[in-house]
Design a protein around this ligand. Structure first.
Ligand code: CA
Ligand code: CA
Length: 171
């Protein structure tokens, strides 16, 4: 920024470099190869989790905006690290609750289903009724398709710090 505008941001250079098939999105394999080149080999599970975090609208592709968002996080490889035991337990539980409200097994919840799930999560003290009341369905629905998928839910939890809080107690 300080040296003026001729150069592209690093995130864009990286995105273009690793979008090997030039389709404008980073696939799982392309992400794996990027991480590997940077010294972080991801197993299949780790790659799956990294994609859940980076592909925030859950459409199965990492677009440039999602990539740049991730790239600018201060510790980007730490950010996509596999959850610890407590977080894993929490995420499994959340996935279970999510699935139980996904009556049609579509992998996403409509507004009504989501509101029911939110009440359930409040009841189980995973989210706080007062603190997280302001979060609007429309904001959580990043892909704007009128439903919330698991990636969007996890992205929301990341935003409101639900997953981080648990992490603090574990180390
Ligand atoms: Ca690609
Ligand atoms: Ca996406």
């Amino acid at each position: 920024m300080a040296f003026g505008g001729a150069t592209k941001p690093v995130s864009e250079l990286m995105f273009n470099k690793y979008d090997k098939d030039k389709n404008g999105t980073i696939s799982r394999d392309e992400l794996r190869s990027l991480c590997y080149d940077m010294g972080y080999y991801l197993s299949n599970d780790e790659l799956e989790w990294a994609c859940t975090l980076i592909d925030k609208d859950g459409n199965g592709k990492i677009d440039y905006k999602e990539f740049a968002d991730w790239w600018k996080t201060s510790s980007r490889f730490e950010h996509i690290r596999m959850p610890n035991a407590y977080q894993t337990q929490l995420i499994c539980y959340i996935a279970e609750v999510f699935r139980s409200y996904d009556k049609h097994n579509h992998g996403r919840l409509n507004k009504k289903e989501f509101e029911k799930m939110r009440k359930d999560l409040i009841r189980h003290h995973i989210i706080d009724e007062h603190e997280h009341q302001a979060c609007q369905f429309e904001e959580i629905d990043r892909g704007h398709d009128g439903s919330i998928n698991f990636n969007e839910l996890i992205a929301w939890f990341k935003d409101i710090g639900v997953l981080d809080q648990i992490g603090i107690h574990s180390s």
